[in-house]
Structure formats: C-alpha cells, structure tokens
Design a protein around this ligand. Sequence first.
Ligand code: ADE
Length: 409
Amino acid sequence: MTPGPGKTATPTRPGTRSESLLAWFRTNRRPLPWRVRPDPYRIWVAEVLLQQTRVAQAVPYYERFVARFPDLRALAGAPRSEVLRAWQGAGYYDRARRLHEAARCVARDRGGRIPGTVEELEQLPGVGRYIARAVASLAYGVPAVALEANGLRVAARWTREEADPRTARARARLEAALARELPPSSPGPFNEAIMELGETICLPEAPRCPACPVSFGCRAYRELDDPASVPRRPAGRHRPHLRAAVVALTERGRWLVQRRPPGGLLGDLWEFPGGRIEPGEAPAHAARRELREETGGTVRRLAPAGVVRHGYSHFTVELHVFRGISGSRRPVTGRTRRWATPDELRRLPLPRATEKIVDRLNAPDRPSPGSGSRRGRTTVSRRPASRRRPGRALRRGTAPSGGRSRARR
Ligand code: ADE
C-alpha cells in the first residue's frame, strides 16, 4: 500500500484501530443527555430522534420529549396527540407515531420490558436494522455493529469502499469488516465511538485527519490525496419548489384550523387551510379558491401577511400567507376542522411551517404591503420557549414533510 503525500508509511499508534478508537472515545466522549443515565428506553428514544436529525439539533427535542415521557409506560399511556405535540418541530413525525406504537406493543405484550436482542427489536414498529443494533449494543451490550450515516462514512474511508455505502451490498461489506474488529466486551462504546468520530473528526467535506486517532488504520487517508472523496457522492438531488397560499381566517378572536388526515405526510397535525397556487394563478386567488374548496367558506377581507419559506427533505415551499375575515358562507367545521382560540392553537400539534406562519402573524411591526388596518387582529399566542421548536409545511397537497436529512452531519 502506498501512503498518500506527506503521510507516514508505518502506523503512528501502537495497538489496533479499535483500541485506539476506544481510548480516544474515553476522553473525547461528549456528555450527551442519552449518555447520562442511560437506559434502554432513553437510548431508544435518542436513536429514533437521531435518525434524521443532527446531534446538536436533536438534544433540545430529546430533553423535552423525555421530560414529558420519562419512561416507556408514560409514553405508552399517552394519547397520540400528546406524543405528536412533544415531538413538534423535530420533523419526520412518522418516527414519533411508530415509536409510540412500539411502546404500546412493549407495554402490552412484554410487561414494559424493551427486548434485548436484535431479532426481537426488529419486530417492533419503526425499528429497523440500525436502531435494533444500536439499542441492542448500547443498552444491552449485544455484540452487533450499528452503522448510521456517520458510521457508514467512517467505515467506507477505513476500508476505501468504492461503492455508495448506502447500497445493501456495500453496507454488508462494511458491517462485516467492522464486525471483525468489534471488541466483544464493549460493542456499545465501539459503535458510539465510530459515530462520534464521524460527527466530530471524520467530517463529510473536510475531515480533520491530523486530529484523527485512527488515521494510521484508514485506507482513504493513507492511500488517497483527498480522503473526503470517499464515500463517492451520489449525484446531486434537485428539490422541487412549490408555491402555496394559506389563509389564517379569523372570527371572533379565533382561528380556523384543520387536522391533516392520519397516516400521510404530517398526519394528524393541525394547520391553516390552504393549498397549491396553480401556474399563472395569483396567490390571493389561490387563497380564496383553496378556502372555498377545502372548507366551503368564503372570505370577506383578505390581506397579505407575507411569505414563509420552508424546506423539506424532498422539496421546498413558499407559503403566501393571508389574513382573512370570514365571509357570508361559513366554513364547515367538525372533528377535523374547528375554530381555535390562540390558547387552544398553542396546545395543538402543528407542523414547523405552521409555527413559522404563527410567528409571522404575530410579528408586530411587519405589516405586509396592503395588509391595511391592524384593528381587530387576533394575536396567536406564541408557544413558550420550551415548547417552541428547539431548533422546523402544506396541503393536503402542499405539505412536504418536516425534518431534514442527517446523511451529512
Ligand atoms: N448518532 C446516532 N446515535 C448516536 C449516539 N448514540 N451518539 C452520538 N451520535 C449518534
């Protein structure tokens, strides 16, 4: 093997890659909240949250969630709306729904004890290959390799994997390579150390190789001019951009909100009526049309309240927000559409983009062009800081889902 320019031909550290890695982790391990007082439930919640969220962003959500649901029984016994509310802002709400469902299965079928084998864990809703291995190794010391996005990158560089590490075959190769060095007495720390290395040193674009405790055992470092060229980047993804109109309709100090259908994108979350702006259509026209089509209601006065932008994993959206006063035809209300006081709105689970709209509606001195008189405005209570997104829009048709990819931390 030929070392890259300016690199040593012999290992700079004694011992094996895993020994050096574990020694480094012992002194550099961040005191993340799921590492303090670890138990299978707390580890599981953290791993679910961390699946699509970067560590720094996940911490406040995690703390809020486990403060509200400190153990499996608390989570299993809660209504779904409460779980979604506690997850609010973290995005990818399906994760929360499935975690809740799985907690209920464990409470019902297993006396509340989270199973300790990869195979049993994989039977639970929402628990896939990575989470099963992470929980089994971190919480129960099961000798299983758990590779998430960071770990896959680290392992790809160590072994100079040529293929995209997210493909099943490359992943299998990487897992097998790491399984050969997994220390049987500390599989959890080994797995976490790899993730930690990927999050803090073996960065996607600019790896800090001189600071790496295991560069001596890294083929990308030793053999390539640019270790960051591994793993190979997938072709750039183009996220489509959508335009939508949203109506914040008021009547006697209340706002019209509706619940999205369960199961789909942002399922069960509450939002203002609205939908896509058709090509060539004026935003105000789309606002009136969507309100009528969705709710049967008409609007007496419509005033622009600005544009809110939001990015989802698969598309971006610009939301043209309008304040409206209910017209002669009133919207149809019921179980999934109702008038909410500002206080009630504050307690409903909202998508992140709706939170942004609420902020916009509350922004005191940012009248939008043509917004007219401020008299008679309804102010939406802002969520207290603790309830707001510690760190993240629409139809029925406009709504892309919240969250962001954690593939590149
Ligand atoms: N990413 C996923 N799981 C993690 C963990 N347990 N610690 C740090 N980063 C992580």
